[in-house]
Design a protein. Sequence first.
Length: 237
Amino acid sequence: MITKSNLFTLVAVFLASLQIACANDDELQRTIRVSGQGKSSATPDMATIQTGVVTQAKSAVEAMDRNNSALEKIMADLKNMKIAEKDIQTSQFSVQPVYERGSRGETKPEIVGYRVSNQLRIRIRKLPELGNLLDTLIRSGSNQMSGISFGVDDSNAVMNEARTKSIADARARAELYAEAAGVAVGKVISIDEHQAIVPQPKFYGRAIEMSASSVPIATGEQDFIATINLTFELVDK
């Protein structure tokens, strides 16, 4: 049986709970969530190239011997250019039969030779030497290059600069909206990194100064972009 005293107690507890819920609702309503974006650009200071040797002969052993001889010369020249062993890695190796082709280009079942391919991935940490390196590789016997990609060695520092700019951008947007609404931006409630974009090479920048005999190279710039979501408290002015 509910007495009058118990009824007053229940009503008091209910009103207190209601006040807390309303206060929490007011607190949730007095926040603003914005996204900020920051970009930081850097000139690449390193590169990675894919290069190698493809040889063909009537027998697999002969094709392999030719390939090994060419690759040994390339490795010796890389050593002479002070390319560290840790920066040279075999990326692909294959021995494949070569089939006879008919007059219309169709493949016939008869094997007429073998093709050996040995590809290397080489990292160049001194970009001014890249043009000379490419020239040396070709003269040493490399007959296949599948691309050059540029990068920034200390990419974390550049990316962190982009993150700092994105937070500043988010705060500026929050202050703009708050000013228009007649309130002010308070403390940060939450920070969430939405996206960090790894840059892609842009081949339109300045060219590295190299000797006339080397391959001309343009490094361009790379853009690091960070997008961060921030939630701010809104306070009265």
